[in-house]
Design a binder for this molecule. Structure first.
Ligand code: TXA
Ligand code: MG
Length: 479
C-alpha cells in the first residue's frame, strides 16, 4: 500500500482529513502519543485499524473529538462529575469512559455499552479531526505489543505501507498515553494511569479508585505471570532493584551486552549501555523520554534491558505502569542468583520452565533459559504459548537463544531437561559439574522431560505440568 506522508500545513491537513472522511486511515500526532485514526462511526474503517496494528479485536478504541458538541452525539449521559473533568482537563490527556449512543458501532467499543472519549490538546490533532467532520477512533500507532510511538520516525518504522497517510507532527510533549477513567459508576475508576494524575483528579472529585500499580516499592512482587506484556522492546525487560554498587556488580557478571535505563543523577561504572530517562526530579521529562528510550535500546543491540524501580506519586505512576508492563511484571534484585533452564531449541520446554519459575514470588533467584542447539531469535512454539497462557503465564515475547560459554560461566545453577543436555554441557565444561544438573535430579527425583515439539496442545499441557511439578519441588528446596 502507498502511504502518503503529510506535513502539518493546512493544505496537507485538508488532504489527510479527506482520507479520514473517505474511510481511510491516517496516523496523526497528539500530545500523548501518535494515534492511528479512522472514522469511528464507519465499521469497515475501524476494522482496518485493527488490521494495521495486528491488535486483538476485543480491545476497545478511544474516540477522539474536536468539539464538545460531538460529545452529545456519541455519549448517552454525561454525569456531573464527568462534566467537572471535561471543564478542567479537556482538551488534554484524559479519556473519559461514558455510556455510548447506538451510532457508535460495536467494532469501535469491542461490543461494550460504553465508549472512551478524548479531546486532544495537540492543535494538529484537533484541526485534523475538525476538518474531517467525523469522530476519529484511534489507538496508539504502534504494532500491537510494541512501545507507543512518540515521534514520526517511529511511526514510519512500524507503519509504512500499512496505512493510507501519516502526518509528521514532530515529538509528542507528554509522551505517555492519556489517563483512562471510567465515569459510568458511582465512584470514578482510573483504568490506566496517564498524563492527568490521580492526585489532580481526586483533588476535584474526592474518592477515586485505581490508577496506581499494586506492587509498590515496599511490597514483595507477586505472580508477575498474571500480567500481560506491552510496550516491549525486542530484548527482555526486567525491573532491577539494588544500590548503585549492587547493580554494577550484577551487570558486570551478565553474559551479554545489557541496557540500563537510568536517571541523570545516577553514575554507574559499567560496560552496559545506559540511557537516561531524565532527571529523577522531573517526571514530565522522564515520561516524555520513556517510549523513545525503550525503542532506542533496540538499536543498541542489547540482549537484556534493566529498568529502575519507580514510585507511584503523580506522573510517576504512569511511567511506572508502562515500565512494569514492558517488564511483564518481572522484578529482580541485583543480588538475586540466576538459574538457567536448558533444553534443545529454547522454544518449548526451557521457556516454559523459565515462565513457570518466574511466576512464583521472588525468593532471591530468577530464571532465564537457553537451548543447546537454539537458533537465536526463534519464537516459542504456539502450543507452548497456549499451555502457558492456561497457567496465566505470558511467554509469547520470548526469543530463543543458544547457550554460550559466558552463560554457563555466569549462571548460579543450570537445570537441563534431560541427561543428554547435561552431558553435552559437561563434556565442554567439566569444571562446572557442581552447578549443572537435570531438573529432575535437582528436585530429588530422576528421569527426563521429553520434547513436546510437534505435539498437540495436550502433549504440551502434560509437559508443562511435569515441569511445574519439578519446579515446585525445587523452589521449596532453594535456600
Ligand atoms: O493517549 C492516548 O490515549 C492514545 C492517543 C492516540 O489518544 N491512545 C491510546 O489508545 O493509547 P490505545 O487503544 O492504545 O489504548 C486505549 C486504552 C486501552 O487500554 C483500552 O482497553 C481502553 O483505553 N479503553 C478504550 N475504550 C474503553 C472502554 N469503553 N472501556 C474500558 N476501556 C476502554
Ligand atoms: Mg496502545
Amino acid at each position: 500500500m502507498d502511504t502518503k506522508l503529510f506535513s502539518t500545513s493546512v493544505s496537507d491537513l485538508k488532504k489527510a482529513a479527506e482520507l479520514l472522511r473517505n474511510g481511510k486511515r491516517v496516523i496523526f500526532p497528539t500530545e500523548t502519543v501518535y494515534g492511528l485514526g479512522a472514522n469511528a462511526l464507519d465499521c469497515d474503517a475501524v476494522k482496518s485499524i485493527f488490521e494495521a496494528k495486528g491488535r486483538p479485536s476485543d480491545n476497545p478504541l478511544i474516540v477522539h473529538i474536536a468539539e464538545l458538541s460531538t460529545l452529545d452525539e456519541i455519549a448517552e449521559e454525561i454525569p456531573e462529575k464527568a462534566k467537572i473533568l471535561i471543564d478542567q482537563f479537556w482538551p488534554g490527556p484524559l479519556t473519559i469512559i461514558l455510556k455510548r449512543k447506538n451510532v457508535v458501532p460495536d467494532v469501535t467499543t469491542a461490543g461494550l455499552d460504553t465508549v472512551g472519549i478524548r479531546m486532544p490538546e495537540n492543535p494538529v490533532a484537533r484541526e485534523l479531526i475538525y476538518l474531517s467532520g467525523v469522530p476519529v477512533a484511534a489507538p496508539s500507532a504502534n504494532i500491537s505489543g510494541r512501545p507507543s510511538p512518540t515521534d514520526a520516525n517511529y511511526v514510519v518504522e512500524d507503519m509504512m505501507g500499512r496505512v493510507e497517510g501519516i502526518i509528521d507532527g514532530g515529538a509528542c510533549s507528554v509522551g505517555v498515553e492519556s489517563t483512562v477513567i471510567d465515569m459510568t459508576g458511582e465512584i470514578p475508576v482510573i483504568l490506566r494511569p496517564g498524563g492527568v494524575t490521580y492526585e489532580e483528579i481526586s483533588a476535584l472529585l474526592g474518592e477515586v479508585r485505581g490508577g496506581k500499580e499494586k506492587a509498590d516499592d515496599k511490597e514483595t512482587p507477586k505472580s508477575p505471570g498474571m500480567k500481560y506484556t506491552h510496550y516491549a522492546p525486542k530484548a527482555p525487560v526486567k525491573i532491577l532493584r539494588g544500590t548503585v554498587g549492587e547493580i554494577e556488580i550484577f551487570l558486570s557478571s551478565r553474559p551479554h551486552k545489557c541496557g540500563l535505563l537510568s536517571f541523570d543523577e545516577f553514575k554507574f561504572n559499567t560496560n552496559a549501555e545506559i540511557i537516561s530517562l531524565g532527571s529523577i526530579n522531573n517526571p514530565k521529562e522522564c515520561a516524555r523520554n520513556l517510549f523513545r528510550s525503550l525503542r532506542d535500546m533496540d538499536k543498541l543491540d542489547v540482549k537484556e534491558i534493566y529498568a529502575p524501580e519507580i514510585g507511584n506519586d503523580g506522573l510517576w505512576a504512569a511511567v511506572k505502569n508502562r515500565l512494569y508492563k514492558a517488564a511483564g511484571g518481572k522484578i529482580i534484585n541485583a543480588t538475586d542468583k540466576e538459574i538457567v533452564f536448558v533444553c534443545t531449541g529454547n522454544t518449548c520446554r526451557s521457556p516454559m520452565a523459565e515462565g513457570i519459575f518466574n511466576s512464583l514470588s521472588n525468593r532471591g533467584y530468577f530464571a532465564t533459559s537457553a537451548g543447546i542447539y537454539a537458533a537465536d531469535g526463534n519464537l516459542p512454539s504456539e502450543n507452548a504459548v497456549l499451555a502457558m497462557s492456561e497457567m496465566k503465564i505470558d511467554i509469547k515475547n520470548h526469543l530463543a537463544r543458544a547457550l554460550t560459554p559466558e552463560m554457563v560461566k555466569s549462571a548460579f545453577l543450570i537445570l537441563t531437561m534431560t541427561q543428554n543436555h547435561k552431558d553435552a554441557i559437561l563434556s565442554a565444561f567439566p569444571q562446572f559439574s557442581d552447578k549443572v544438573k537435570t531438573i529432575s535430579e535437582f528436585a530429588g527425583e530422576n528421569g527426563n522431560i521429553s520434547d513436546p515439539y510437534g505435539g498437540d496442545i495436550e502433549v504440551y499441557r502434560l509437559c508443562a505440568h511435569e515441569i511445574k511439578k519439578y519446579i515446585n519441588l525445587i523452589y521449596h528446596n532453594l535456600d
